[in-house]
Design a protein around this ligand. Structure first.
Ligand code: CP3
Length: 351
């Protein structure tokens, strides 16, 4: 399905924006920058809006989700908005009981661990995505020439929350299931791929100018297991976007050892965490635009130390055909928002 002529990528709004140009392999005059988790608890205006609103309810209230999406763009002048939502929203919309426990993360009332559990999962009714489409459309209208990035959780990361029943350090139960019940595993990951894929399509159709697939917990896998038991499903998630000419970014924490395999699922741009210097990432996957990879730990360091690190990241980023500056993972909630604004100015000022 092609994009319609009134999509921001095609009607002159975002097609030549620095972010989209960089995602397509070009080097715009100013290096684009945005931050994973820029919409969230580091902003006092976010905390204020969230008072009395449960996290997942906020995600499904279009006015609120759109407003929270816009907050970091207004404040920091970043080159992109990322849609305020959560990777568990498609599961919730498909009828799975989940809540986000503050400071902890997604918690599922009934973890998915057996063939029967997996067989009971229902497909996502496209109509249930209406609040997502509306929130995206509202945000995109306000954003004008600033692109909106849509996103979804990759099947492995989504499945690990479903199997564990909540956040976990090493995804042990999930990996046990992967090894011992390959067929149950494959059905579960296909279900995750399809709900993630439909979530992405809804955002793109409503006006997102790029998407990012997050495989946050992929670092607990070996390359062999990743290639055999995970990558085909991530590829399936992205295949829902076949025919839509939107840049696709893929990011995984701790995936540096198999960056090539991660890129191989059909990504155009690779997000890199802080563990792997960008010049080394560029050596591993030549010709691929990169995004990253400021160490979030340095957001709390004195400015001169952070500044030197940002400059180093930008220099190393020159080894790639194109570079979008970002953190190596999300903004920690305790970050001073003024530091983020100052970093945007630094990146836009150039080396
Ligand atoms: O600014 C943005 O990046 C956009 C919004 C966004 C959120 N979650 C909002 C959120 C995005 C892109 C996500 C993705 C997400 N959610 C991922 C992948 C990215 C990553 O960080 O690795 C994952 C693994 C989740 C699951 C999740 N949701 C966790 C682990 C948590 C708890 C984190 C915490 O610090 O409390 C959440 C909750 C969540 N998602 C919050 C926000 C703003 C905090 C909710 C609150 O206000 O209490």
């Amino acid at each position: 399905m092609p994009l319609t002529a009134d999509h921001p990528l095609l009607d002159g709004r975002t097609g030549t924006s620095p972010l989209v140009r960089a995602y397509r392999g070009d080097r715009p005059e100013t290096t684009p920058v945005w931050f994973m988790r820029q919409a969230g608890r580091s902003l006092p205006e976010y905390r204020e809006l969230r008072v009395g609103n449960e996290m997942l309810e906020a995600c499904l209230t279009p006015e609120l989700a759109a407003e929270i999406t816009l907050q970091p763009v207004r404040r920091h002048r970043v080159d992109a908005a990322i849609f305020f939502s959560d990777i568990v929203i498609p599961a919730k919309l498909a009828g799975v009981e989940v809540e986000i426990v503050p400071g902890r993360g997604p918690v599922f009332a009934n973890p998915i661990r057996t063939a029967t559990d997996v067989a009971a999962l229902r497909p996502l009714d496209p109509d249930s995505l209406a609040p997502i489409r509306e929130a995206v459309a509202r945000a995109v209208t306000e954003l004008g020439s600033t692109p909106l990035i849509g996103f979804a959780g990759a099947p492995f990361t989504l499945a690990s929350y479903l199997v564990e029943g909540g956040p976990s350090k090493d995804q042990l139960r999930t990996r046990t299931l992967m090894y011992t019940e390959p067929q149950v595993w494959a059905s579960l990951l296909n279900w995750c791929a399809d709900i993630a894929g439909e979530f992405l399509v809804a955002q793109v159709e409503a006006g997102a100018s790029a998407i990012q697939l997050f495989d946050s917990w992929v670092g607990s896998l070996s390359e062999q297991q990743y290639v055999r038991r995970v990558a085909p499903h991530s590829k399936r998630a992205l295949s829902h976007l076949r025919g839509f000419d939107v840049p696709k970014v893929h990011f995984g924490l701790g995936g540096g050892e198999f960056l090539g395999a991660m890129h191989g699922i059909g990504a155009d741009v690779m997000g890199v965490d802080w563990r792997l210097p960008l010049d080394e990432a560029a050596r591993r996957i030549p010709g691929v635009p990169l995004q990253g990879n400021i160490d979030p730990a340095l957001l709390g360091a004195p400015w001169r130390i952070l500044e030197a690190h940002v400059r180093d990241v930008m220099e190393r980023g020159e080894s790639a055909p194109a570079h979008v500056v970002n953190l190596g993972h999300g903004v920690p909630p305790e970050t001073d928002p003024d530091v983020l604004t100052r970093m945007v100015e630094l990146v836009h000022g150039g080396l």
